[in-house]
Design a protein around this ligand. Structure first.
Ligand code: UDX
Length: 440
């Protein structure tokens, strides 16, 4: 058993990734300083309030804020003076009007912190970046570092899923580190995670380019799996086969596996869509055309699901959405989340409205966020109220609450008993027995 040697850990960026990482680093026994430049977000987090919904995280945050092991600041000077290990956890969104990732926030952390460092330091990148970023920034650090100060940059990508952020950080499937041989990064990173490595989490050390690609490839594979099953769903639909049974049966093969084989409205969120586009763009720059073609198709199949869902809805409304009242159940990009970034559900709701439908949306957690992005949609406080007088009910995010809906009871609220199960999460037989026209 390695003895725990607490480190002074700085985390730049207290978004989803950074806030989780900071709280989990404190949970692993380190002293943590979180740096957040957005004043509102910083003050909320310093007060123990998360600006997003993640089960268990505010409790963990409050525990470590109260004990003083976790502090929050906006001062890069304080961070440089105090820290030993520096994690970069800022966002890498899609560049406006391009497929590439926008690296300005990652670059800015490096530009600001390195000239302030007066002792040797290790910087570990967690943000998802295109291959070659660590190499480029290492060259830049050599220009920025003060004389006699050695700042080493390595990449330690994050694989956390929203809704499982704490367990994915404290009990990950694997830890990946990309570093240059002969440096201190491997030893220090081992020290950071010694408790979980001792518990058996595989610690995979490789070169920096490989570590950057691991993250992009993992997300691209997940996206490919979803688009694959959705492509097969089209064949099932055209031939009268049952995609649920097909997916279930192929998932028994260990080599395939049953996870990420749920056909439906497809993937969205703050990671998968932008990550496959960034990987595609980088592959293109490098002349790796097979990856470009594959990922373009994965993206295309996925976006097509949304259009297809609107077509199914239009058909259910006798070919015309104009003046129809549609209840959309689910707005977050997946259940157990209030995140509506690139949400397939909201995208469909917006398209339906553009085609003349009057759309009422209900979601257990994501109404506030949805109303900010789509203020012109109507929102209801319960599923029943959203469905009142509806010509069509659409279930577009598979919250458990929706699979537990009573179709008989709901049947008395609507104008027409037609339901589109966009996530194949309803009991088809029960809905049909209750007199509904069930479409998926
Ligand atoms: C993802 C990766 O899982 C994680 O490892 C990475 O670090 C960040 O991106 P997350 O964005 O939280 O995590 O979502 P995830 O649970 O992977 O789901 C992504 C999307 O795929 C959701 O919109 C979900 O509804 C959809 N999905 C998932 C399907 O459409 N079908 C499936 O079978 C599974």
């Amino acid at each position: 058993m390695t003895e725990l040697n607490p480190l002074k850990v700085v985390v730049f960026g207290l978004g989803y990734l950074g806030a989780t990482h900071a709280a989990c680093m404190a949970e692993l026994g380190h002293e943590v300083l979180g740096i957040e430049v957005d004043q509102l977000r910083r003050e909320k987090i310093a007060d123990g309030h998360l600006p997003f919904y993640e089960p268990g995280l505010s409790e963990l945050l409050r525990k470590h804020l109260a004990s003083g092991t976790l502090r929050v600041s906006d001062s890069y000077a304080e961070a440089a003076e105090w820290g030993e290990v520096f994690f970069i956890a800022v966002g890498t969104p899609q560049k406006k009007g391009e497929s590439r990732a926008d690296l300005q926030y990652v670059d800015s952390v490096v530009e600001q912190i390195v000239p302030l460092m007066n002792r040797d330091a290790i910087i570990l990148g967690k943000s998802t970046v295109p291959v070659g970023t660590c190499r480029r920034l290492t060259d830049r650090i050599d220009q920025l570092a003060n004389d006699g100060v050695h700042v080493e940059l390595a990449w330690n990508p994050e694989f956390l899923r929203e809704g499982h952020a704490i367990s994915d950080t404290l009990r990950p499937d694997r830890l990946v580190l990309g570093c240059d041989p002969g440096g201190r990064a491997e030893k220090v990173t081992y020290q950071v995670y010694s408790r979980i490595i001792d518990e058996g989490v595989p610690f995979l050390v490789m070169d920096t380019a490989s570590a950057e690609i691991v993250k992009a490839a993992a997300n691209s594979f997940l996206a490919t799996k979803i688009s694959f099953i959705n492509a097969v769903a089209e064949v099932c639909e055209a031939s009268g086969a049952d995609i649920k049974q097909v997916a279930d049966a192929i998932g028994y093969d260990d080599r395939i596996g049953s996870k990420f084989l749920n056909a439906g409205l497809g993937f969205g969120g703050g990671c998968l869509p932008k990550d496959i586009r960034a990987f595609q763009a980088r592959a293109g720059e490098l002349g790796a055309s097979s990856a470009v073609g594959l990922l373009r198709e994965v993206d295309f199949i996925n976006m097509n699901r949304r259009t297809r869902m609107v077509e199914i809805a239009r058909r259910a409304c006798d070919g015309n959405l104009l003046g129809k009242r549609v209840a959309v159940l689910g707005a977050s990009f997946k259940p157990e989340s209030d995140d509506v970034r690139d949400s397939p559900a909201l995208n469909v709701a917006g398209q339906m409205q553009l085609q003349g439908a009057s759309v009422v949306v209900y979601d257990p957690e994501a109404i506030d966020n949805s109303a900010k992005v789509f203020p012109t949609l109507d929102y209801a406080p319960t599923a029943q109220e959203a469905c009142a007088g509806a010509d069509l009910v659409m279930v577009l995010t598979e919250w458990k609450e929706f699979s537990r809906l009573n179709p008989t009871q709901l049947g008395s609220e609507v104008r027409k008993k037609a339901v589109v199960d966009g996530r194949m999460c309803l009991d088809r037989r029960a809905w049909e027995l209750a007199g509904w026209n069930y479409l998926c």
